[in-house]
Design a binder for this molecule. Structure first.
Ligand code: APR
Length: 285
């Protein structure tokens, strides 16, 4: 911790690169964690690909509306707040995230770069024009979704997370499948504004992330398994251009080999401690 704090205190240009793990303590499931990861319960091929949306738009839209509602009910945690504190302290700081939630923004981060899109930016799947967000995401209960979602190999289906407490707003219409809205311009089905498997990342975001990584002197990688490319290349770009890399993750990842310092622990505990160790008790938040 002391070594990482010294690196942070003297850094002039910092990139904070985040993944699903930074939102885990806010109640937003990660993707690959053993028990709670979404891809343990849901079949990514049938929910997070262009083909899946073409084949069953209502299932896919319903699932992303459930994720949007879950993220909407979550609150930024101390990890997100510490990231905003780092931005406020370091002369040049850029947040690059793989997350599609807006918890960084809600914690005060300024214009984080979203490499995998955002749950808050739907667009027409035909003409690509931006589409308005539906008023209130319907909140199908998770059990029905996992019961609906195609069984994982071996036939076992697991629930993503426990059903929400009673009193959750009424489910929308038939609950599981939610027909996507239609584009006001071309009547095409509106799709979530996220990057699906097999799709290219938004080029402007990727370019800005590579530029920031190649110019930084310290990159903090927080809560990512470092398995999904090209995003997982960002910490390696920083290291190749001479930056030091600090990883925050309770588990080992392939980024262990890239990192100069590995801090093992949950982001909402480790990041505030790192900010305190770097700049003393009073952080600017
Ligand atoms: N604090 C820090 N890290 C955590 C925490 C926590 N509280 N809880 C879990 N982690 C770590 C896990 O150990 C794991 O290494 O977060 C990582 C989450 O990994 P993934 O679930 O693979 O998420 P991510 O790396 O963001 O996935 C990349 O894959 O499915 C696609 O598009 C999706 O953006 C996503 C991409």
């Amino acid at each position: 911790m002391r070594e990482a704090a010294a690196l942070l205190a003297q850094a002039r240009r910092v990139v904070v690169f985040t993944g699903a793990g930074i939102s885990a303590e806010s109640g937003v499931p990660t993707f690959r964690d053993a028990l709670t990861g979404l891809w343990r319960s849901f079949d990514a091929r049938r929910l997070a690909t262009p083909d899946a949306f073409r084949d069953d738009p209502a299932l896919v839209w319903g699932w992303y509306e459930w994720r949007r509602a879950t993220a909407g009910r979550a609150r930024p945690n101390a990890g997100h707040v510490a990231v905003a504190a780092i931005e406020a302290r370091v002369p040049h700081a850029v947040v690059v995230t793989q997350n599609v939630d807006d918890l960084h923004e809600r914690a005060g981060s300024v214009a984080p770069i979203h490499l995998h899109g955002s749950l808050s930016a739907p667009r027409c799947s035909a003409c690509a024009r931006p589409a308005p967000l539906p008023a209130e995401p319907p909140l199908p209960d998770a059990t029905s979704l996992s019961a609906e979602a195609p069984p994982l190999s071996g036939g076992a289906t697991l629930r993503a997370e426990p059903p929400l407490p009673s009193g959750t707003p009424d489910e929308h219409g038939d609950g599981r499948r939610v027909a996507p809205p239609r584009c006001a311009h071309c009547a095409g089905p509106v799709r979530p504004g996220v990057v699906w498997f097999g799709e290219a990342l938004p080029s402007a975001a990727l370019e800005a992330a590579v530029e920031a990584a190649s110019a930084c002197d310290l990159l903090l990688t927080v809560g990512t398994s470092g398995l999904v490319y090209p995003a997982a290349e960002i910490p390696r770009v920083a290291a190749r251009f001479g930056a030091l890399v600090v990883q925050v993750n309770p588990e080992e990842t392939p980024l262990d080999a890239v990192a100069d310092v590995n801090l093992r622990g949950p982001a909402a505990q480790v990041l505030p401690a790192l900010v305190r160790a770097a700049w003393g008790a009073a952080d600017p938040a």
